[in-house]
Design a protein around this ligand. Structure first.
Ligand code: HPA
Ligand code: ZN
Length: 318
């Protein structure tokens, strides 16, 4: 079975080494690796930070609106081939403005590709701008202000990067401003951080979904809350394996959480780095956790119910 939606996907995490080298040549940049194979050989991560370091370094090649358009379009083509019919993709805007690329250049390239998705690839797509947790709350607020004033079509606000430093409280103003402008809200929590981080983003940022959230399974009261409030978790088992959140895929808590009634959805996170787009993630997860048709149908249904789409589009997806 194929998943009809992908809700947790970092566009920068779809940058395949071949494209990294092509863009480096186009933009006349030197890379510290000899060729795509040498870069790919570095995709052996020990934790989230070891991944973020390489992910941040590779992004340097993204310079122009056309680069962002090409990155987005390539993901959409691959997602369509994986059977995805609706994608909500995240973009670390601050990572690009922080190294001198204009926000309008980035947003123009990405949103033009997303808007062309139904005609070109047969899927609908929306944009989530993610703010970086390792930067100050004031920077997040300035980014949200810039995004809402820009007029570009943005569906939601997210929060990502390391969970081990700042508290969710630091981002309340940014999330309040986004909510006031009608943006949907999500945040990474409970990936490398404790269950309290999940509670933190629910209580302080009042997010509608939680990205990852798998560490919540260590807190039965929190699991009960996620079930009672039907809060979707955008879970990425292969990412969790590759970043050593779990030691083996068959030990992943996804099946236990589903069986407890948590609204789990299945996603790829950073497929170029973790070795699998959503079709491959689905097959590997189903095999490792012995998921049958019923579990897979529930995951597919949850993905549609958790998507930020109009009800008419939701009915089409179902
Ligand atoms: N966690 C936090 N930040 C990220 C991730 C992740 O899995 N992927 C890209 N940015
Ligand atoms: Zn993520």
């Amino acid at each position: 079975m194929r998943m009809p939606t992908e809700l947790h996907l970092h566009l920068e995490g779809t940058l395949e080494p071949e494209m990294t080298f092509r863009l480096a040549e186009q933009n006349r940049l030197d890379l510290p690796w000899r060729d795509p194979d040498e870069l790919r050989a570095r995709f052996d991560f020990t934790d989230l930070q070891s991944f973020l370091d390489l992910y941040t370094m590779s992004q340097e090649v993204l310079r122009t609106g056309e680069d962002f358009h090409a990155l987005t379009d390539a993901y959409l083509a691959r997602a369509a081939a994986a059977g995805v019919r609706h994608a909500e993709v995240s973009l670390d805007l601050q990572a690009h403005t922080g190294r001198g690329v204009r926000a309008a250049e980035v947003l123009d390239g990405v949103t033009s590709a997303l808007q062309a998705a139904p005609g070109r690839h047969g899927l609908s797509a929306g944009l989530i701008v993610t703010v970086l947790r390792h930067l100050p709350g004031e920077a997040a607020l300035a980014t949200v202000r810039e995004v809402v004033e820009s007029g570009y079509p943005v569906l939601g606000l997210g929060l990502c990067s390391t969970e081990l430093t700042a508290h969710a409280r630091d981002f309340v103003e940014a999330f309040d401003l986004a909510r006031a402008h009608g943006l949907h809200l999500t945040a990474h929590a409970g990936e490398e951080g404790p269950p309290q981080n999940v509670t933190g983003v629910l209580d302080h940022l009042r997010v509608e979904r939680v990205d990852h959230g798998v560490r919540a399974c260590g807190d039965p009261a929190l699991v009960a809350r996620l079930v009672a409030q039907r809060i979707p978790l955008t879970v990425c088992p292969v990412s969790n394996l590759r970043l050593r959140v779990v030691d083996a895929l068959h030990e992943h808590p996804l099946r236990r959480m589903l069986d407890s009634g948590v609204m789990v959805t299945l996603n790829s996170d950073d497929p170029a780095y973790f070795g699998g787009y959503l079709d491959e993630v689905t097959d590997r997860t189903a095999e490792a956790l012995d998921l049958g048709e019923e579990h897979l149908s529930t995951l597919a249904r949850n993905g549609i119910d958790a998507a930020w789409v109009e009800e008419s589009r939701r009915r089409e997806l179902h």
